[in-house]
Design a protein around this ligand. Sequence first.
Ligand code: MTE
Ligand code: MO
Length: 511
Amino acid sequence: MQKSRRWWSLVGVVVGALGLAVSYASAAVLHVRASPPVAVAEALTSLVPGNVADWAITTFGRHDKQVLVGGMLVVLAIVFALLGLAARRRWWLTALGYVAIAVIGGAAVLSKPEETPVDLMPLLLGALTWLVGFVLATQWLRRWEVVEESEDPAHEPSHTRRIFFTGIVSMAVVAGALGVLGRVAGGARRNVEESRRLLRLEGVTAPGAPSGVQVGVKGIAPWQTPTSDFYLIDTAYIEPAIEPAQWRLRVHGMVEREVTLTYDDLIGRGLTEDWMTLNCVSNEVGGDLIGNAWWSGVRLSGILAEAGPLEGADAVLQTSQDGWTCGTPLTALTDHRNALLAVAMNGEPLPIEHGFPVRTVVPGLYGYVSACKWVVDMEVTQFDKVTGYWVDKGWSEQGPVKLASRIDVPREGATVAAGQVVFGGVAWHQHTGISGVEVSVDGGGWTRAELGRVPSVDTWVQWRVALPVAKGDHEVRVRAIDESGAVQTGVRAAPAPNGATGWHTVSFTAR
Ligand SMILES: Nc1nc2c(c(=O)[nH]1)N[C@H]1C(S)=C(S)[C@@H](COP(=O)(O)O)O[C@H]1N2
Ligand SMILES: [Mo]
């Protein structure tokens, strides 16, 4: 019967979704972060070549993960439909398909450093659901088919049809409900959220932006980035949920003695606080993957000195609880700068998505080589021996921040009143500092802007300048000069492999 083909595919899709939902929801209830679907999504992400990843970040921005998950679900739906169809003739083909998918899921889960074989439980439950659900649903469908094909008028098909549809709709409803439950429950996450809320960190202050840092132009990004507006970049589909009491940092490798710290050990060393601007290597010219915050944490130089790096070590491979890694120059963590194991941001414990309970921040380096969130392991080593997550994808081994500047006012395409037009924005070269900013309208000469004050060379600086502009269409560009006297290059470079360059240019109309 041709028309029943679609019912076989439907069985495949519904049973498939039910198994996925069971594994996802049971992972949430059992506090397994990497449920099989999440682990597979992260494994796929880590297999994506660097240029594709960079393209996805620029194209989809914060939604890159939703796009990948959406694509994965579409592919799975097709595979499940085919498995359902296959069962009409060869049930073992379908069973084999389920086993194959489960093996992929299991491999992905076990590729996570924090997951143990016990964490395969959600996978087993999901696979079991597939087999049981599949046997049930195909039985219902077969009975209906048999009755429908039978010539005997005593056989009423509507009864068996009702059983099939009731069953399959119930399965779909349960799958949906479990999907929602899995999201809401996210058990571990809620507990950690609560621990975070109750955490009182002695010595953490929230001074607010110092005076004079703002140049008073409406529309420039605030000098202190509110935490809720701070950009977010990471490879975790579900953020690690780590209780401070459970957190450990192990410092090992090329050291005289291994050091393992608990959260209390860490805090007990006394906090250092500082303003630091953090930015992403993927930031395009004029982009907003940059933020400035007040960080509270413990200086890494003391902790590393205690471990005693051995002669020849030049790198620290940092590892996050979810397995993400980055290689940081040892000197950047041991020199006089405030490389911190941060516990608070803008006066509050780190939000989970920004690395709770502990993340690294290092002035002067892009995040991908330094700012490890949910950091749990630091191996003192040599760059020759290790590579971090993004370096494996083709980014540079070293990621010092590049001198850059941005125009925030006027916005691209804006219309302003002709006459004295106010321009404003930000410039940065963390750990070197900015000495000047210049703008040029319509390719004319460069005019010096006025700079806001800064507490140190580790933050961005706001700038403003007013220039006479006639009616018509115009283009304004900006460049910065750093404290070493270097002038920002106008040569355009893409973000990969070690940061974009070029002058930010904005078109506007004066009326
Ligand atoms: N564990 C973990 N830490 C990470 C990342 C990540 O993917 N996983 N991304 C890094 C990158 S590329 C950047 S730019 C910064 C961003 O930090 P934020 O999300 O707090 O702004 O975190 C870094 N730390
Ligand atoms: Mo980044």
